[in-house]
Design a binder for this molecule. Structure first.
Ligand SMILES: [Zn+2]
Ligand SMILES: [Zn+2]
Length: 358
C-alpha cells in the first residue's frame, strides 16, 4: 500500500512509496483504512528532530477512517465503523489515569518504539505510535474512537489532535474567565482553536499574534478581537491592558523565545499557558525573583489538558451547534501524493490546516 515515509531525521521531504505494509495486527488491535489526515506542526517537528522519534517513520497522527479488521478481544468496535485516531489513548488503570489525568497516561506511548509498518528494506515506525500518512494503519483498539455519522472524516481528523489541543488549552487548562483579556502567540490550527476556546469562555479581548498576515486575517474571522504582528504585541499590551499584561497568554509555537515573550506579556498573577511542543534542549529562562514576585501561573497543556474522549465529544457538540467553525480551519486539501506541497504550506504559514485525503 501507499504511504509517505521519512527516511532520516532532518530531511525536509517525504517520499511517497507503494511497498509499505501495516504490521502488528492481532488481539487487542484494529486495522484502519485512513480516509483523511491533517498535517499538524508536531509532524514537522518530528521530521526535523525537535521531537524525539525513531526513523525511518511515517508521520501523521491526526487522522480518521474506517475499521477494516477487529482483533480478538476487542469490544465496542466493529468492521466498517467510522473512527478518529487518538494518538494518546488512556489505559484507565495507571496512576495518572486513576487520578483523572488521562492525558498524562503513557501506556499508549510504550508502543511508539515498536515499528507499525514494514517495507522490503526493513521496519518503519509510525509517528507517536500511529502514522496516518498511509492508506492503512494497525493500532491499539484504544486509539480508535467511534465518531457519529454526521461528522465528516476531515473534521474528525482535526478533532483527533489540533482542535482538541487548542480548545482544551483554553477550556480545561487555563479555564479562561468571562470578561478577561487574552493573547494567543502562534495562529496555526491549534492557535486558532485556542482563540475559539477563549471566545467560547467569554474573553472580552483576544489578541492574535502571528508574523503571517493571512493567519492574522484568519484569526479575526475565528473570534480574535485584534490581530498583530509580533513586533506590535508590546503596543497592544499597552493599549488593551494599560501595560499591566494580559490575563492569559497562550504560547502555541513551542520555542523558549516565544514562551519568554508570552511570560513577559502575562500580567502579574495571570496565566501563561504553554501549548506548543518544543525541543528538549531549548531551555526557558526565568529568574527566581520574577518567578515568586510576579506570581504568574505557568500552565502547560498536553493534548488539551483533560480527558481526551470527553474533549472529542465536546468538540463535536460545539461544532454541531455551530459554536465553533472547523470547516474553515481546513484551508488546503491535497492527495497523499501532494504531501510535500502540504509540508511547504505548513512551513510558510500559508495553511491553517492542510487536509490530506487518502
Ligand atoms: Zn493510563
Ligand atoms: Zn498534533
Amino acid at each position: 500500500m501507499r504511504a509517505a515515509v521519512l527516511h532520516e531525521i532532518g530531511q525536509d521531504k517525504l517520499e511517497v512509496v507503494d511497498d509499505v505494509e501495516a504490521v502488528g495486527f492481532g488481539p487487542g488491535k484494529v486495522r484502519i483504512r485512513v480516509r483523511a489526515t491533517g498535517l499538524c506542526h508536531s509532524d514537522v517537528s518530528a521530521m526535523s528532530g525537535v521531537l524525539p522519534q525513531p526513523a525511518p517513520f511515517i508521520p501523521g497522527h491526526e487522522g480518521a477512517g474506517e475499521i477494516l479488521d477487529v482483533g480478538d478481544g476487542v469490544t465496542g468496535l466493529t468492521q466498517g465503523q467510522r473512527v478518529l485516531l487518538c494518538w494518546l489513548p488512556a489505559c484507565g488503570s495507571c496512576p495518572a489515569c486513576k487520578r483523572g489525568q488521562t492525558q498524562l497516561c503513557l501506556a499508549g506511548f510504550m508502543n511508539a518504539g515498536t515499528p507499525n509498518f514494514k517495507r522490503p528494506g526493513g521496519d518503519v515506525f509510525g509517528f507517536a505510535g500511529t502514522g496516518t500518512f498511509t492508506e492503512e494503519v494497525v493500532v491499539d483498539a484504544g486509539c480508535a474512537v467511534p465518531i457519529p455519522d454526521d461528522v465528516p472524516f476531515d473534521i474528525a481528523a482535526l478533532i483527533g489532535c489540533g482542535v482538541t489541543t487548542g480548545l482544551g488549552a483554553a477550556i480545561n487548562t487555563a479555564k479562561v474567565e468571562a470578561g478577561s483579556s487574552v493573547a494567543v502567540i502562534g495562529c496555526g490550527g491549534v492557535g486558532i482553536s485556542a482563540i475559539q476556546g477563549a471566545k467560547l469562555q467569554g474573553a472580552a479581548q483576544i489578541v492574535a499574534v502571528d508574523p503571517v498576515e493571512s493567519r492574522r486575517e484568519a484569526a479575526l474571522r475565528f473570534g480574535a478581537t485584534e490581530a498583530v504582528a509580533p513586533d506590535a504585541l508590546a503596543d497592544a499590551k499597552q493599549r488593551i491592558t494599560a501595560g499591566e499584561g494580559f490575563d492569559y497568554v497562550f504560547e502555541v509555537v513551542g520555542k523558549s523565545a516565544t514562551a519568554r515573550t508570552a511570560y513577559e506579556n502575562t500580567r502579574r498573577g495571570g496565566t501563561l499557558c504553554v501549548v506548543g511542543a518544543g525541543a528538549m534542549d531549548d531551555n526557558l529562562q526565568l529568574n527566581m525573583f520574577e518567578l515568586f514576585f510576579d506570581e504568574k501561573r505557568i500552565l502547560p497543556s498536553m493534548y488539551g489538558g483533560g480527558d481526551v474522549l470527553r474533549s472529542y465529544e465536546r468538540a463535536i457538540a460545539l461544532w454541531r451547534a455551530g459554536r465553533i467553525d472547523l470547516e474553515s480551519l481546513i484551508t488546503h486539501r491535497v492527495p497523499l501524493a501532494g504531501i510535500n506541497e502540504a509540508l511547504e504550506q505548513m512551513r510558510t504559514g500559508a495553511a491553517l490546516r492542510t487536509c490530506i485525503e487518502i
